[in-house]
Design a protein around this ligand. Structure first.
Ligand code: GLP
Length: 241
């Protein structure tokens, strides 16, 4: 019903409106993770849209990771968190797009002198000041990841500017990263990380390092994360050229 109400078919680019409408439905949990979407045919009939339009809207959301398609079975709201690797998004944005409630618990939110290792990783001069964040990232009560971020104080002068989301704080300072390099590695979670993530020690995890940059090439963050392997899928579109 909500889909019908918000997918105004008179609009040009109806597929974009339908895409937005489906996203809203998922965010409001009108269709829960794991549940099926109405079939393409039913959607196109109910909304008075062509099958091509419906298919295009769904394809976009599959690419975003919000929906998954099982051959012959239909289209479902994704159960695992599917994160497209080619998009430079934040933890907060990824979760909100799925109707989940992102939250951080801080172990550390301070400022100090860069360590030689961090200075090398971020191409900073020895001795400059950096903000350090060490947090467990939650969806509601469920811990999903542990993150350690280092940000030059020249970009973010005060760690308390980060209330929950680092990228929101950077955005407010006009320093939202535009490009990033990311490394993913399979790990088995050690006792300490596993305890914080509420999984048995030795569970599968993904270690992710991200170095992100401003347009002018300055480094904004160096973040090491440990994501739960039982919840996250990282997907990418590949091209031959
Ligand atoms: C992801 C990235 C981190 C980045 C974080 C920002 O988790 N792996 O490199 O720092 O998003 O998220 P937020 O803005 O929610 O703090």
């Amino acid at each position: 019903r909500r889909l019908c109400a918000s997918a105004d078919t008179r609009q040009p680019l109806a597929y974009l409106r339908l895409r937005r409408a489906i996203r809203t439905v998922v965010e409001h949990r009108d269709i829960e993770p794991g549940q099926a979407l109405p079939s393409e045919r039913d959607l196109s009939q109910a909304l008075g849209l062509s099958r091509v339009t419906v298919r295009k809207a769904i394809a976009g959301l599959v690419e975003e990771g919000l929906l998954t398609q099982r051959h012959g079975a239909g289209t479902f709201v994704a159960e695992r968190i599917v994160k497209p690797m080619s998009r430079l998004t934040s933890f907060t944005e990824d979760l909100r797009a799925r109707g989940l409630n992102p939250r951080s618990e801080f172990f550390e939110r301070g400022i100090g002198e860069v360590t030689p290792e961090e200075a090398m990783a971020m191409n900073l001069s020895p001795g400059v000041a950096v903000v350090r964040l060490h947090r467990v990232r939650y969806a509601g009560d469920e811990p999903l990841a542990i993150e350690r971020s280092v940000v030059p104080a020249s970009v973010l002068p005060d760690p308390m500017l980060v209330h929950d989301s680092l990228y929101e704080a950077l955005e407010r300072r006009n320093a939202r990263p535009r490009r990033a390099l990311q490394r993913l590695r399979a790990v088995s979670l050690g006792a300490q990380h596993a305890r914080l993530l509420h999984v048995p020690a030795g569970s599968a995890g993904l270690s992710i390092e991200r170095r992100s940059f401003l347009d002018d090439g300055r480094v904004v963050e160096f973040t090491s994360s440990w994501y739960r392997g039982d919840i996250y899928d990282f997907v990418a579109e590949l091209h031959t050229d």
